[in-house]
Design a protein around this ligand. Structure first.
Ligand code: BGC
Length: 898
């Protein structure tokens, strides 16, 4: 019998180095192999050194606090200063007074003031133009340390991207640093512990800069959206053993030159000439006499320098080719490699050949019928890398400062015959740890889950992008909002959305509107996002609160959300948003729906979508206001929501109770956002079901309606219809692309069909996560793991698997803030066997399908004898129990499912 306290995190991170949250929040988990374990009290101790934790003077001692709270407990000690390292520990007591003590953890503060920065922005005198790229600047400097070192920290950022090296070794493993923010307002920096890289006496420090988002091509609007050339700002703070400190920063004493990276652009690709490598350039003793002095640039003072508050992009896994195909060409053959998976990142190339040979590497998601790459859907993104050999030994190369979205690559100009060893796929994405798993008895649904997960991997690259391949790759707000709930099952996205909701706030217009994309490059500025896009500003923080219990994020975004709802209230008319003669932006409608997505062809009208989302977002903000203790605000937003609901009924519900336009999405929104009076709900439900049946059990929803479609159906008692849609394999459906061999989610239901071939090349991504939003329903309704909004962060869990669709078993897991939630069921003839785990300090409502409660056993015992279980009621063929933390094994007799 053990009680363990583990998984100590600070602002969602384990031992974070360089944060600027002034009162960071601490979380931990309890582990126990007994039932009913829950925390009754905790004590946190924070000290300036690890040894103080075991007795000595603490900076902050919370004292023993009687509380079951184990997530997001705010540090309340004295103010923290730049660079300060804090060690902490927690003691917990369980319900019977048993005590457990954690091992120590730490966090370290970043640079809190602008004046802490002694470095200057440096770069090269050369630059590209609005359409032309320029070689990557290599920067270097040598410095001396005079005394023994206790520790060293490297602080770095860039406009553009950077990699930095000390004595030949790269600092850290983060990619695409400093990440994408609205650089005019905010630039993130990273902090590295380089204590082990500093050597006695002379040290060489180097950096190579890439164009990235700051300088290179963004979407379809060209280069230099933020600045004309890459710039680097960094400093190393050395702490000597005698306690003194010294700072070495970027300044005019640095030197700069050009090297092997002739061009590096996220959309276009990299050109690398290995003959121009600067061997030893970031090591001591390198002769830089021919290098130029670095240019010093003015500090962009309007932009805040902030610590990174989300996960870094990192390399995650490697893929081997599953086939190689030779396509003869006039001079040279083209070699097509299939990596077996539509992925995001780049390749590692192994090649041997004559000096000066250039291999071109093209990337694509799909193939033409003749086996060549299909690249028309990449639009103006060249997505091609060029590698020029230096000759001699085998050469191993990977591109820098970019990512490609692809499954296939083509090598042209390859010397000799390539093998499977020639190419390796390097998968790259934000370091969002896997939290969820889902599996069931249907292999097609499992492949769908796989595709959803890969859609998320490929599009969570510092910002949530719509797609990773064509000249777009933007943080589309609508897409993010549609997918966030599913995303939060598959991976821990709390930190990722903490960062991105700040990007969204940075991008908010002065009138309160949120844009369609964030970051929203200033000189270009895509405007008001409109219904379901702009609403991401409320829906995303709210979802992070629901899934991770993060009320701090709601607090942080509250004023911004208020400005948005005020904007809606100003621009709507008596609750109608985007009314017909509104002169502002009416939005994207039910984007890519199959029943007239722009509302003109009898589809879902934009004013209907606008009004529905106005009612929903203001309702959410009323709830948020209530949670933050702002009751007057809550009343105000409830009033706005009520008015929008009334407008919805008045304008869109016809006398017979049907909804204007009659689309699936219109019914889905009306039901999911609770916009109808009780007596009209059943009409809406039967109209929705009728519509689906009329389409021979197919959906017709676009981005807006799809996420809630199955949820609405199963909640309204039409589980069979929901399963019917999920299991549908003919177009349009979730499984259609799966049957066509998809390994990610397609942007369109009909990205490719037998009769029409490829959809419109102008907009046909094969890696767009939006329609993957059905994943949340799969976890909740098939897997049986869902949250209870009244007890966010899975403090109380709703476990309500609803077998159907002929499935015979399912298995889902979710690492919540409290630990692992598990659900695994199997259906055999007339018995239902179900194993679940409810983490310590949480409880669950458990719905066991059963004729009645007396037909349910737990671990072979009748329920009355089982510990930790209370029978509550029978409900629609389920015996409902309240259970305490622990693992349970239920078995029940059921009426044979249809
Ligand atoms: C993007 C979408 C986005 C949409 C807005 C497209 O180009 O790829 O996913 O939400 O524009 O309508």
């Amino acid at each position: 019998m053990s009680l363990i306290v583990s998984n100590l995190t600070c602002e969602y991170r384990t031992n974070p180095l360089g944060i600027d949250v002034l009162q960071p929040r601490l979380s931990w988990q309890l582990e126990s192999n007994e039932r009913g374990t829950r925390q009754s009290a905790y004590r946190i101790l924070v000290a300036a050194s690890a040894s103080y934790l075991s007795g000595g003077s603490a900076l902050w001692d919370s004292g023993k606090v009687a509380s079951d709270r184990s997530i997001h407990v705010r540090y309340e000690g004295p103010g923290l200063s730049s660079g300060q390292r804090l060690y902490w520990k927690v003691w917990v007591w369980d319900e019977s007074g048993r005590e457990a003590e954690s091992t120590p953890a730490w966090w370290e503060m970043g640079l809190l003031e602008r004046t802490d920065w002694q470095g200057q922005w440096i770069g090269a005198f050369f630059s590209g133009g609005p359409r032309t790229t320029s070689p990557a600047p290599y920067l270097r400097k040598e410095f001396k340390v005079t005394k023994p070192i206790a520790s060293a920290r490297l602080f770095a950022t860039a406009l553009g991207l950077y990699e930095t090296y000390l004595n030949g070794v790269r600092a850290g493993d983060a990619l695409l640093t400093p990440g994408w923010t609205d650089y005019g307002k905010r630039i993130q920096y990273q902090v590295y512990d380089v204590s082990d890289l500093i050597q006695a006496e002379t040290n060489a420090w180097g950096a190579v800069l890439g164009d990235g988002w700051g300088v290179g091509h963004i979407a379809w609007v060209g280069r230099q959206r933020y600045t004309d050339r890459p710039k680097f700002l960094a400093q190393i703070i050395l702490t000597y053993s005698d306690g003194s400190q010294e700072t070495i920063g970027t300044d005019q004493s640095w030197k700069v030159t050009q090297g092997a990276i002739l061009e590096s652009d996220m959309l276009m690709g990299e050109s690398y000439d290995a003959r121009r490598e600067l061997t030893g350039w970031c090591e001591t003793g390198y002769d830089d006499a021919s290098w130029w002095p670095a240019e010093v640039f003015e500090d962009p003072k309007d932009a805040a320098l902030v610590a990174t508050n989300g996960p870094a992009v990192k390399r995650q896994e490697e893929l081997r080719p599953v086939s190689i195909n030779k396509i003869p060409d006039f001079v040279n053959p083209r070699w097509i490699f299939d990596l077996g998976q539509n992925m995001v990142g780049w390749i590692r190339l192994c090649v041997q050949g004559k000096k000066g040979t250039t291999v071109s590497i093209r990337y694509a998601e799909v193939l033409n019928p003749d086996g060549t790459l299909y690249t028309a859907n990449l639009r103006s993104a060249r997505n091609t890398d060029y590698y020029t050999l230096k000759g001699g030994e085998e050469e191993i190369w990977e591109p820098h400062f970019l990512f490609h979205g692809f499954r296939y690559i083509e090598l042209l100009g390859f010397p000799g015959t390539p093998t499977e060893e020639t190419v390796t796929g390097i998968v790259v994405h934000s370091d969002i740890p896997q939290t969820g798993s889902f599996e069931c008895s249907d292999p097609l649904i499992n492949q769908l889950q796989h595709n959803i997960v890969w859609g998320q991997k490929g599009n969570f690259v510092d910002v949530p992008t719509d797609c990773p391949q064509r000249d777009e790759r933007l943080g589309w707000t609508g897409d993010a909002q549609v997918f966030i709930r599913t995303a939060a099952y598959n991976r821990n996205v709390a930190g990722f959305f903490t960062k991105w909701t700040r990007d969204l706030e940075d991008a908010q217009f002065p009138d309160g509107a949120y844009p369609a994309v964030a970051p929203n490059p200033a000189a270009w500025a895509i405007g008001d996002g409109g219904p379901a896009w702009a609403d991401a500003g409320v829906i995303c923080p709210w979802t992070i609160y629901e899934c991770y219990g993060d009320i701090g994020l709601l607090e942080a975004r509250y004023e911004s959300m208020q400005r948005f709802i005020e904007f809606l209230s100003q621009t709507s008319r008596n609750g109608l948003r985007c009314y017909a003669d509104y002169t502002g932006w009416h939005g994207f409608g039910d984007w890519l729906a199959l029943d007239g997505s722009d509302g003109r062809e009898g589809g879902t009208s934009k004013e209907l979508i606008g009004t529905a989302f106005f009612a929903y977002s203001s309702h959410l903000l009323a709830k948020i206001a209530g949670l933050l203790g702002r009751d007057k605000d809550a009343e105000h937003y409830n009033g706005l929501s009520r008015q929008a609901r009334e407008a919805f009924v008045e304008h869109f519900v016809l006398p017979d109770g049907t909804i204007k336009g009659g689309t699936q999405t219109s019914y889905v929104l009306a039901l999911h956002f609770d916009l109808l009076p009780q007596d009209l709900r059943s009409i809406a439900v039967s109209e929705l079901v009728r519509n689906i049946e009329q389409r021979d059990n197919h959906l017709s929803t676009g981005f807006v309606g799809t996420p809630y479609l199955n949820r609405v159906l199963s909640e309204a008692g039409h589980l069979d219809t929901a399963y019917g849609l999920l299991k549908q394999t003919t177009w349009p459906s979730w499984l259609y692309s799966v049957t066509q061999g998809a390994t990610t989610i397609w942007e369109r239901w009909d990205g490719w069909t037998h009769d029409k071939g490829f959809q419109d090349q102008g907009m046909n991504s094969f890696n767009h996560y939006a329609y993957g939003a059905v994943g949340a329903w799969m976890y909740a309704v098939i897997g049986g793991i869902d949250l209870d909004p009244e007890h966010p962060g899975y403090k109380h869990i709703m476990m309500h698997p609803q077998p159907g669709g002929g499935l015979t078993h399912a298995k889902a897991g979710l690492y919540s803030m409290y630990g692992l939630i598990r659900s695994e069921w199997a259906l055999q003839k007339d018995t239902f066997d179900w194993q679940i785990t409810v983490p310590a300090s949480t409880t669950a409502s458990v719905y066991v399908p059963a004729k009645d409660a007396s037909h349910v056993t737990e671990s072979g015992h009748s329920i009355e004898k089982a510990q930790g279980i209370t029978f509550v009621r029978m409900e629609n063929g389920f015996a409902v129990f309240e259970v305490e933390a622990g693992s349970y094994s239920f078995s029940s007799e059921i009426d044979k499912p249809a």
